[in-house]
Write a new protein. Structure first.
Length: 211
């Protein structure tokens, strides 16, 4: 989704997708529009079934604010790599070749991914450069990936999963990603998943720490 040319409603969907649930005031501030304009757009998105309200999780006492989160219809506005076809193919492979056949298929996919990511990293040896190039490769695949710094650690943040339906149908997609990322980054770094879309998060986040 190209936010440079999209309407305010699309920009709000993109902001919630990448930043998580947000209040009307926060959306107005981050997008540089008036609170009244933000309210109008929010109500339009609610009426279209793309977002809904929920109480904000707060550690402090007091009445929680209402924040806006994407509904299933809202998530569907972002590309999912032929989700239903992928789910059907996985089911067909499992029926035709059993779980062993499915594992072979996933192993082959991991090998191809590892080869492509290593090619993207080129001759870079430092973890930060390799992680940035991995994020670029993942973004090209539709994962909306970016890198942030958190103290001595690095965060690989993926704001979208283009194979979400397939990953839900087959957990092997997610379990093997960590191993692929670890091999790409090399032995000087340790990576772990700290937020997971399949576990109720609004995105996937990986923490990379120096060994």
């Amino acid at each position: 989704m190209d936010i440079s040319s999209s309407k305010a409603g699309d920009r709000i969907l993109f902001m919630i997708k990448t930043k998580g649930p947000a209040s009307t005031a926060s959306l107005a501030r981050q997008l540089g529009i008036t609170p009244e304009a933000a309210r109008q757009q929010v109500q339009k998105l609610v009426s279209e079934g793309l977002i809904d309200g929920r109480p904000e999780c707060r550690a402090s006492a007091g009445r929680p604010r209402q924040v806006w989160a994407l509904t299933a219809a809202g998530f569907s506005r972002f590309p999912d790599a032929h989700s239903q076809l992928a789910v059907q193919l996985l089911s067909s492979v499992r029926v035709a070749f059993g779980d062993d056949g499915l594992e072979l298929l996933l192993a082959r996919r991991d090998e191809e991914s590892l080869r492509e990511y290593r090619r993207a990293c080129g001759e870079a040896t430092d973890t930060k450069t390799r992680l940035h190039r991995l994020a670029e490769a993942r973004t090209a695949e539709g994962y909306m990936a970016r890198v942030e710094t958190d103290g001595q650690d690095l965060l690989l943040i993926e704001d979208h999963c283009p194979i979400c339906a397939a990953a839900s149908a087959c957990q092997g997609f997610c379990s093997s990603e960590l191993q692929v990322f670890q091999e790409v980054l090399g032995p000087s770094a340790f990576i772990r998943r700290i937020e997971h879309l399949q576990a109720g998060g609004h995105r996937c986040v990986y923490r990379i720490s120096p060994k």
